[in-house]
Ligand binder design. Structure first.
Ligand SMILES: Cc1cc2nc3c(=O)[nH]c(=O)nc-3n(C[C@H](O)[C@H](O)[C@H](O)COP(=O)(O)OP(=O)(O)OC[C@H]3O[C@@H](n4cnc5c(N)ncnc54)[C@H](O)[C@@H]3O)c2cc1C
Length: 485
């Protein structure tokens, strides 16, 4: 039986996979396939449809640099608009034809003898010279360990799998978790529900969002004067990048951002007891700070209670907190975020027979967040140490795309059949990551978050400026690789 062969197989059709397909195609690589397990492209933006879903990096920065959009309706575009944008870009750059929808990558093993990847998908087997993972970092829902949850007789769902058929009107709703998604959907559902009980493990830092509708005149200027469009993007880039001062330069810069958070809390929460509950007990930035103007006021409404005592037990129609109070509940919504390792990492198996997931669990590792020792002809976007704690994910993804495309171009020009990062190069990179991470707010901020591993190490954020990362990934450094012609 003939197995289909491709020069490059990309896994995932979000910002990463679509951007890769566009840039590979522009570089003359047409023999590619994008595997996408769902029936739509957009990744994060087709999966997260909960009420209020929107980006929290301003839209003029949260889009591809090569496809600016003068028509964003708001400073922070809502989910549907971002999804339309990605669909539009994929159509305009003619990459839809490469996407295999409803095709899950189930396994991928490097065959050293044949110098190719052997890939298993839900639609059959394939082989590829290059395998590129673009499965993102927030692709799989994480559920909390709640004692007795199996006894619950009401409705439950995760924010990633919002049940739009289920009517919350007049229900008693529990929200477990207070991360970025919950902060967006809580103010949306609060006016409709009978009672909302928010179970909070630790209070997030909430800073002003200052979202607003874009004026027609602004759109027209942006459309007609590309220089202004670029200036707006650069302005936002600088403002967001400045978070790095607090993250990895000097934690004392936190006072600037913490004062914004404190002022917001003071202004928006009048009740001192509620304010006490909503005051974070760690340094801002240790966990992701969240931009919102609507969340804190929603928590102060008479139909909302915030429970900070933790959950002791779930019963058929209620949740009992650790203070012994029983809360009667019809629906539980999990706002508990995402698994720390994308499930796809367990599917990629390298030269030594170990999966990327197994290696990650020993120690988060890659070289430049874009490739991995022991995994020839393998690249990824947003791999460990390739995600920024203080910048648009798309900026990092575009850096990785440039690096990966240059790697494939170099291999084509020089006739390399196989490229694999040298272990000593990766080790030096990881050592640098460790040293640079030591004093970051993520490790020293006094919290536990998905930014760190269970043993308290950096889980994979790039602990330096994103412009420095861009410089490092601008060109494929073939000398850092073992190559076979
Ligand atoms: C609600 C929300 C808001 C966010 N807002 C921001 C923001 O404002 N700024 C920011 O920088 N970042 C934000 N992020 C992070 C966001 O995930 C990234 O910005 C970006 O969308 C990642 O794109 P991606 O293509 O790397 O991954 P994704 O968008 O997650 O796409 C990965 C794709 O891979 C597919 N896939 C996974 N496993 C398999 C498999 N085994 N086989 C086939 N396909 C597979 C998935 O179905 C998915 O389509 C947000 C995330 C969420 C959840």
């Amino acid at each position: 039986m003939n197995i289909e062969h491709k020069h490059a197989v990309i896994v995932g059709a979000g910002f990463g996979g679509i951007g890769l397909a566009i840039k590979l195609q522009e570089a003359g690589f047409d023999d590619i396939a994008v595997l996408e397990r769902s029936n739509d492209l957009g990744g994060t933006w087709s999966a997260n449809t909960y009420p209020g879903a929107a980006c929290d990096v301003p839209s003029h920065l949260y889009c591809y640099s090569f496809a600016p959009n003068p028509d964003w309706s708001h400073t922070y575009a809502p989910q549907k608009e971002i999804l339309e944008y990605i669909r539009g870009v994929a159509t305009k750059f003619d990459v839809l034809r490469h996407i295999r929808f409803n095709t899950t990558l189930e396994g991928a093993r490097w065959d050293d003898e044949a110098s190719r990847w052997r890939i298993e998908t839900s639609q059959g087997a394939m082989t590829a010279n290059f395998l590129i993972s673009a499965t993102g970092i927030f692709a799989d829902a994480k559920y909390p360990n709640v004692p007795g949850i199996e006894n619950f007789q009401g409705k439950t769902f995760h924010s990633l799998h919002w049940d739009h058929e289920h009517d919350l009107t007049a229900e008693r709703v529990a929200v477990i978790g207070t991360g970025a998604s919950a902060v967006q959907f809580v103010p949306e559902i609060q006016p409709d529900v009978h009672h909302l009980t928010v179970f909070q493990r630790s209070a997030p830092w909430i800073v002003p969002r200052m979202d607003r509708r874009t004026l027609g005149i602004e759109k027209s200027v942006l459309r007609n004067v590309p220089l202004v469009q670029r200036a707006v993007r650069s302005g936002w880039y600088g403002a967001i990048e400045a978070f790095g001062l607090m993250n990895f330069v000097d934690r004392r810069f936190r006072h600037i951002y913490e004062s914004m958070g404190r002022f917001q809390l003071l202004r928006q929460v009048r009740d001192p007891e509620l304010r006490r509950k909503l005051t974070p007990d760690y340094i801002i930035g240790c966990k992701r700070a969240i931009f919102s103007d609507a969340y804190l006021p929603a928590l102060g409404k008479p139909n909302v209670s915030v429970v900070t005592d933790g959950i002791a037990e779930v019963r058929a129609h209620s949740i009992v907190d650790r203070a012994g109070v029983e809360h009667h509940i019809d629906t539980i919504i999990y706002g508990t975020g995402f698994t720390s390792i994308p499930t796809a990492f367990d599917h990629y198996v390298g030269r030594e027979g170990l999966s990327m997931g197994e290696l990650y669990r020993k120690q988060p590792q890659t070289y430049l967040g874009a490739t991995l020792a022991g995994f020839p002809n393998f690249f990824c976007t947003l791999g460990p140490f390739g995600a920024a704690g203080n910048q648009s994910a798309i900026f990092m993804i575009e850096s990785q795309i440039a690096y990966i495309v240059d790697a494939l171009k170099t291999a084509r020009t020089k006739g390399f059949r196989r490229v694999e990062v040298r272990p000593e190069v990766q080790d030096a990179f990881l050592e640098e990551m460790e040293t640079r991470s030591r004093d970051t707010v993520w490790l020293k901020g006094g919290c536990k978050s998905y930014y760190t591993t269970d043993s308290g190490e950096n889980a994979g954020l790039y602990p330096n400026w994103s412009f420095e990362y861009r410089r490092r990934t601008a060109k494929f450094d073939a000398h850092s690789y073992e190559v076979t012609v």
